[in-house]
Design a protein around this ligand. Structure first.
Ligand code: BES
Ligand code: MN
Ligand code: MN
Length: 472
């Protein structure tokens, strides 16, 4: 392991160059115009893995229906490094697609050009979510090949290009391949989340689920002039805003009846897991960029992030949003919102409660417009235990590389595939993050600190050494 750690440190700049190439490919899965780039990104990974001696195959997932347009789904990249039956096999998952990013959104630099600032932060879309971690695994393979060292375990890669857009087709593939490609997998490791704060690494054993909703209100045949029709017709936007305002209050309380009844009670044991976490209110303020916290304590804040549901309003499609004034009555508008779900919420029940509530609230308006509300996709919450040997191995790796014991955390975000791997393969899944809590995933100026990328690469490798020695 020492030779490996030393190699990574010495070859920092090569690894940064690899990240630079990856960030330069704008693999935005949510934008059809970028779909060819998502494919290019898959080809980049295939080439990198092949050149390191992995046996690589890609799985075609067919087509995606995007508002009536048929788009090719990017492939799942499956790669195997080593197939020694004496060794354990660790499955590594990551995603090579990224969130959209435009300079006009407020980025300080071109989002698809990796820039290292004076604080050694590697800035660029996907640097932290999730290209840095995916390349971290590849760096581990490269280091071993270059040193002529055998890896302590066999690695199976499963890399997807639609994570940010609902992972269409991946679940079916996982269940389908459980007894084939994934047959020999002993444990799973996903590096696709972040430290709690900015100084201490963590291992993560829980995620919230997410249920996403579209609510469309339709009325006139086409957009109307508000001078001619204002005050004389039911306006879709007015109806929509009225219903959306009923979903959640400004203190973050969900107003849909029946939601909180499904939430698991907080036990004294769980309460203890919020003691002694390396996280300060100031770090939260820094990450947010303002002091707009609802709760005054870290404990309550983390409980609301990790183990309570939340409802966020995301946008209104069809609304006038350009600069300047336009006196329009939009003909149809679609409100978008999502609920982060937690133990023991059931997505089917959540969806039924939300749909009924919106319909009831709309009916109360007495509007002659029409409403259609439905759940567009859902992924369940995931909760594991940090006592499993897979986590014990990872904790040792953290101590080797960082010299500290990791925090044990849950997260508020969602990686639906985590639960799918656990259910389909019946194996333990570990979340082992590379980046920091202030990396700004999905936001402007997303970054990964150089030290997190390099030490993170060491950490992923060290974990493979430690996990090779435990019984999974
Ligand atoms: N890497 C994130 C998941 C994540 C977010 C983990 C925050 C920990 C903290 C992932 O790429 C992501 O953005 N997931 C989506 C899933 C959704 C599209 C189903 C999310 O959480 O919104
Ligand atoms: Mn991610
Ligand atoms: Mn993401």
């Amino acid at each position: 392991m020492d030779k490996f750690l030393e190699y990574v440190d010495k070859h920092q700049n090569d690894f940064v160059e690899r990240l630079r190439k990856a960030v330069a490919i704008p693999s935005v899965s949510g934008d059809p115009a970028h779909r060819p780039d998502v494919f290019r990104m898959s080809e980049f990974l295939v080439e990198e893995l092949k050149s390191l001696g992995a046996s690589v195959e890609t799985r075609d997932l067919g087509k995606q229906d995007w508002h009536g347009q048929q788009l090719d789904l990017p492939p799942i990249v499956l790669a195997t490094v080593g197939n020694n039956p004496e060794k354990k096999t660790i499955l590594v998952y990551g995603h090579y697609d990224v969130q959209p990013a435009l300079l006009e959104d407020g980025w300080s630099t071109n989002p698809f050009e990796l820039v290292e600032d004076e604080n050694n932060r590697l800035i660029g879309r996907g640097s932290s979510d999730d290209k840095g971690p995916v390349l971290g695994w590849i760096n581990v393979v490269e280091a071993h090949k270059a040193l002529g060292l055998e890896l302590p375990v066999n690695i199976k890669f499963c890399l997807e290009g639609m994570e940010e857009s609902g992972s269409e087709g991946l679940d079916a593939l996982i269940f389908d391949e459980a007894s084939k490609y994934f047959k020999d997998v002993d444990g799973v490791c996903i590096s696709d989340n972040y430290w709690l704060g900015t100084t201490k690494p963590c291992l993560t054993y829980g995620l919230r689920g997410v249920s996403y909703f579209h609510m469309k209100v339709k009325g006139p045949r086409a957009d109307l002039h508000s001078g001619v029709f204002g005050g004389t017709v039911h306006e879709p936007m007015t109806d929509l805003v009225a219903v959306m305002s009923k979903l959640v209050n400004p203190d973050g309380k969900i107003l849909v009846p029946g939601i909180y009844e499904q939430v698991r009670a907080l036990s004294p044991e769980e309460e203890k897991t919020y003691d002694d976490l390396a996280f300060q209110m100031e770090e939260l303020h820094d990450a947010v960029g303002n002091k707009i916290n609802i709760h005054d304590t870290i404990r309550k804040t983390l409980q609301c992030r990790w183990r309570n549901p939340s409802l966020s309003l995301h946008g209104i499609e069809g609304a006038f949003y350009s600069p300047g004034d336009k006196t329009v009555i939009p003909a149809q508008v679609t409100g978008k919102f999502s609920i982060r779900t937690v133990p023991d919420m059931d997505p089917k029940q959540v969806s039924a409660l939300v749909v009924k509530f919106c319909q009831d609230e709309f009916a109360k308006l007495g509007s002659k417009n029409t409403l259609d509300v439905h759940c567009t996709h859902d992924g369940n919450y995931w909760l594991s235990s940090p006592n499993h040997p897979n986590y014990v191995a990872a904790a040792k790796a953290v101590e080797t590389v960082y010299g500290v014991k990791p925090d044990l955390t849950r997260e508020g975000g969602s990686i639906p595939v985590t639960l799918s791997f656990q259910d389909a393969l019946k194996k333990n899944v570990l979340l082992l993050p590379m980046g920091r809590g202030d990396d700004g995933a999905h936001s402007i100026n997303e970054k990964l600190d150089r030290s997190n990328y390099i030490k993170g690469t060491q950490l992923l490798g060290a974990y493979l050494y430690e996990v090779s020695e435990v019984k999974l």
